[in-house]
Design a protein around this ligand. Sequence first.
Ligand SMILES: NC(=O)C1=CN([C@@H]2O[C@H](COP(=O)(O)OP(=O)(O)OC[C@H]3O[C@@H](n4cnc5c(N)ncnc54)[C@H](OP(=O)(O)O)[C@@H]3O)[C@@H](O)[C@H]2O)C=CC1
Ligand SMILES: O=C1O[C@H](COP(=O)(O)O)[C@@H](O)[C@H](O)[C@H]1O
Length: 518
Amino acid sequence: MTYNTTVDSISPEGAVYYLFGATGDLARRKLFPALFSLYKEGKLSENFAVVGLARRPRTNEQFRSDLYDSINEFCRYKADDAELWNRFSEHFVYMSLDINNVDGFRELNVLSTELDHKFGIPGNRLFYLALAPSLFGPVSFNLRDGGLLESTGWNRLVIEKPFGYDLPSAQKLNEQLNQVFKEEEIFRIDHYLGKEMVQNIQVIRFANAFFEPLWNNNHIANVQITLSETVGVEERGGYYDKSGALRDMGQNHMLQMLTMIAMEPPSRLHGEDIRDEKVKVLRSLRGYTSGDDVRKHVVRGQYSEGQVGSKELPGYRQEDSVDPESSTETYFAAKVFVDNFRWAGVPFYIRTGKRMPVKTTEVVVEFKSMPQNVLFAQKHDLAPNLLVIRVNPMEGIYIKINAKKPGSDNAVQPVSMEFCQSCQIGINTPEAYERLIHDAARGDSTYFTRWDEVSHAWEFVDRIAQAWREEKSDLAFYPAGSWGPEAAGRLLDEEGFHWWPVNGQEEDNVIWITNSGK
Ligand SMILES: NC(=O)C1=CN([C@@H]2O[C@H](COP(=O)(O)OP(=O)(O)OC[C@H]3O[C@@H](n4cnc5c(N)ncnc54)[C@H](OP(=O)(O)O)[C@@H]3O)[C@@H](O)[C@H]2O)C=CC1
Ligand SMILES: O=C1O[C@H](COP(=O)(O)O)[C@@H](O)[C@H](O)[C@H]1O
């Protein structure tokens, strides 16, 4: 079997891509490599130009040299074909600009017209804001006042997370953007929605007779979503210490994944229909009613010093750029209920943390166990069936079923059958940002978050944040390299569940049938 590992082949129309924050970390690690992969795969026609924008001075040559280094360090393709590289890099220019100065935007408008002529671009403009959110409003106003929105083509604004700090700040930001752009012109990035396996959730659900008929509270006992990271806060303390795990990962990536698991089948696989269904899930989330309710259902933690292998790791409060008395959470776990007909009574357990033992994103769907069955030799309950969706960094799915232990008198043996997508296609899976940039350029906003999704997610998260502000005593400390506070296990104990091992670290007695060669 061969896989087409490329994103959808419809090419976008020609456009000028304005990359605000072109000297920053995101541009270097994600955006330049994504543009190169798209170009290499023929997903950008020759009718495009990229203008890198930031304050620090750079010549076009220096900018292209930064681009080259970033691609060779972070891209799944190397810039080793000189002819291709020259053709690609000619599309890139740099302009030094301070976002707070409208004169720079007027100059940018003049440059844009030149680029339109040079590359045959029909006036389409895609503004990518890889900037601190406090600059989103000022950029939008200056784009308008500098005349950049008056060209003959379309205008699209792509903005990075975080979209606000809480509901009121997100509303304010949204009002600013709406003074300049229409909702359909705004593409709010949640890069998890660009991940192959997150998009695969709807295919696994809606294209398999095994799953969809069972996808409800009659058959599913609980759902577990884990986003664990081995990294600490590192040099991002300035941002992270004000944000914490709940806002950094919970409000966006985790709730988005939950909506993909829980949504009703949309009437068509069209962007607005899918987003309508996701909003219904967010509206059905059971809001915590009090501080005590939050403390009962949500656990938060902060990593302290620890050891991974022989490496000593500092605690969060010892990290540079973090307040040494910080009570910011680097971990949280929550029991969440979706109060609708399909999911009534089914707990969704979500957890995320920094400095965990492994980097992994996984969804485990635990099915209700078969009744204890006199037919089998075992006296104890049968293990439940699991469907595990491995999102990141390994991609694939596996199911855990019960089978007869060969040679026994009907003894039952758990067996895991795995489809390891990463093993099949290696590292060649398209990066989330490739998909998202390509989608924005084609005007497809399916995998971007609509304002109503963002606002409902903030509403849910704000109740937790408020309870945490009012009472800090529940912040638990966990050693770096561990699975977080023990209290997270108690969220599941009450219902007789436990967190399933992640990252293929299954129990010893499970037999694996896999295409991974293990
Ligand atoms: N880095 C990552 O992995 C991720 C980042 N994000 C989000 O992406 C955005 C950018 O993050 P990141 O790249 O890490 O940030 P950086 O701090 O690395 O980069 C910020 C960029 O903004 C530019 N800048 C700052 N002030 C101005 C100004 N007044 N005028 C013009 N340019 C300015 C800086 O350039 P200069 O100093 O030269 O002006 C720099 O290019 C943030 O919203 C972040 O939350 C989201 C997910 C992951
Ligand atoms: O948005 C963010 O995501 C990253 C994790 O992304 P992944 O694709 O590597 O799983 C996280 O490290 C960061 O804190 C957060 O801002």
